[in-house]
Design a protein around this ligand. Structure first.
Ligand SMILES: C[S@@+](CC[C@H](N)C(=O)[O-])C[C@H]1O[C@@H](n2cnc3c(N)ncnc32)[C@H](O)[C@@H]1O
Length: 227
């Protein structure tokens, strides 16, 4: 990257950092969701929302603002999430059966929107980071299969790589519309991309293990596939 590009990127980073401070958002990531919502119309007042990889809570704040008093927002993360008015949080690993169960109990029915900004620990090995990110996306899909309403929406972050097409196909088998998008608030150099899926079909009682067995690429098998 040239010095100029780096300078532009740093300014952008600083801009969103300052804005987050000013607006009392817990993270710069909030603006990505604001921009995605503006472009794709994700939330309606009164919606119920699950947010995976929710710490420190920037997306939770945006989701809560959008769904209002009558909406319900549940956040899950490996890390602690500082309590937030009107939002329920679960500390746990979504790849663990116990966390998936706790989430389903807490939600207690179907939700309108599933969000996932989950990111693996970056090891610096591009294809491994990508594979781990796709794996987390498949856990978000597993959450959709268990708790998303027919017609519901999903926003999921993925680090780009050669399994993108398979992931998009997986989503296309479940949603009426699937689009990829990089919000302006994402860093220019970042390999992250958001996939926005709308119109959940909910017509299949999907067991991910069974799907994985049918697939050529069994690396998508999540634990907890039978919950
Ligand atoms: C980019 S941060 C999310 C930022 C958040 N959307 C916000 O606006 O504040 C990614 C989060 O994913 C979480 N995460 C990664 N793997 C996870 C897993 N298996 N289960 C739950 N959370 C996970 C990480 O702990 C991290 O907090």
């Amino acid at each position: 990257m040239s010095l100029h590009d780096r300078w532009v990127q740093e300014r952008k980073h600083e801009h969103y950092y300052k804005m987050a401070k000013k607006l009392n958002y817990r993270s710069r990531a909030s603006f990505k969701l604001v921009q995605i919502n503006e472009k794709f119309g994700i939330f309606r007042e009164g919606d119920s929302v699950v947010d995976l990889g929710a710490s420190p809570g920037g997306w939770l704040q945006v989701a809560k603002e959008c769904v209002g008093e009558n909406g319900k927002v549940v956040g899950v993360d490996l890390r602690y999430i500082r309590p937030m008015d009107g939002v329920t949080t679960i500390i746990g690993d979504i790849t663990e059966d116990s966390t998936m169960r706790k989430l389903l109990e807490t939600v207690g029915g179907k939700v309108d929107v599933v969000l996932s900004d989950m990111a693996p620990n970056i090891g610096g090995h591009y294809s491994t980071d990508h594979a781990r990110s796709v794996d987390l996306c498949m856990y978000a899909v597993a959450v959709c299969d268990r708790t998303l309403k027919k017609g519901g929406k999903m926003v999921v972050k993925v680090f780009m790589g050669d399994m993108m097409d398979s992931l998009v196909k997986e989503l296309e088998s479940r949603f009426v519309s699937v689009k990829t998008h990089s919000p302006a608030a994402s860093r220019d150099t970042s390999s992250e991309m958001y996939i926005i899926s709308k119109g959940f079909l909910a017509s299949r009682n999907v067991k991910l293990k069974e799907i994985a067995e049918e697939r050529e690429k069994p690396e998508f098998v999540p634990k907890g596939g039978n919950i």
